[in-house]
Design a protein around this ligand. Structure first.
Ligand SMILES: [Zn+2]
Length: 250
């Protein structure tokens, strides 16, 4: 069976001398692993189209138990990220998180748009990388069915106070007056909470259309990362690497 689809190459791995096994996020089939025969040797457009961080038009042969890429034509390539270690490591984290969480063999248009928009913004370099990361994480969790509860204080139902607290263990929000001192929690300023709400509730095309600056940005990013890691219960090498780079930069 032949599949024609668009897909983002999330990861590539050399098989034998010349072949590659690539992990692709496709619009039609979600995450799939495909063989790209002879891809190591290809220096043409098809070779580019099956490299990590290429978004490509793909023609894929689906055999009994494997996928093989027949034709590939690049649509957008995000290779510019390779010139900046911080943004490259973040892009790799986006891909690693996608591979770990996005379902296999199911349509994935919304997931694909989210990853592509995040990579596009990273490439553009007009928004802080930390903000792109936090929006990506929270939106991804929401699409996966793990939307954090951020509507109002779980006790008194107030919508806002100067500081609200997110409780990781119970996935709930408490205002300053109702907060019970739970150590597995994080305080959120108005700015940080607004950014978190925006990330999960805004319509898909507008999720990045806001601004948040330090120290709220830092809180927003810390909280999003902690929710993500506690939800998926996994660690990511690319994220560890990104943190190292940030430590060295600061
Ligand atoms: Zn309250």
């Amino acid at each position: 069976m032949k599949i024609s689809t668009n897909g983002l190459i999330l990861n590539e791995q050399t098989i034998g001398e010349n072949d590659k096994l690539v992990t692709v996020l496709t619009s039609t089939n979600g995450i799939i692993r495909c063989f790209a025969k002879g891809a190591k040797l290809l220096k043409n457009r098809k070779g580019i189209a099956v490299q990590a961080l290429s978004y490509s038009r793909l023609s894929i042969f689906h055999g009994r138990d494997k996928y093989i890429i027949d034709e590939a034509e690049p649509i957008s390539i995000f290779f510019e990220l390779r010139n900046d270690l911080e943004r490259l490591s973040l892009a790799q984290y986006f891909c690693e998180l996608a591979i770990y969480t996005i379902p296999e063999n199911a349509p994935a248009d919304e997931f694909l748009s989210l990853v592509l928009n995040s990579l596009y913004l990273l490439t553009e370099n007009k928004k802080p990388p930390l903000m792109i990361k936090a929006v990506y994480e929270l939106r991804l969790l929401s699409l996966l069915g793990y939307m954090p509860y951020l509507v109002c204080c779980d006790e008194c139902k107030c919508y806002e106070s100067d500081t609200m607290y997110y409780l990781f263990g119970e996935n709930k929000l408490l205002c300053h007056n109702c907060f019970n001192g739970d150590p597995n929690s994080m305080p959120l300023s108005r700015g940080a909470l607004t950014a978190m709400r925006y990330s999960i509730f805004a319509e898909p095309k507008k999720i990045f259309s806001f601004a948040v600056s330090d120290p709220s940005l830092r809180q927003f990013a810390d909280c999003a990362e902690r929710i993500t890691l506690q939800t998926v219960e996994h660690s990511f090498k690319s994220l560890d690497f990104y943190r190292q780079i940030r430590t060295n930069l600061s």
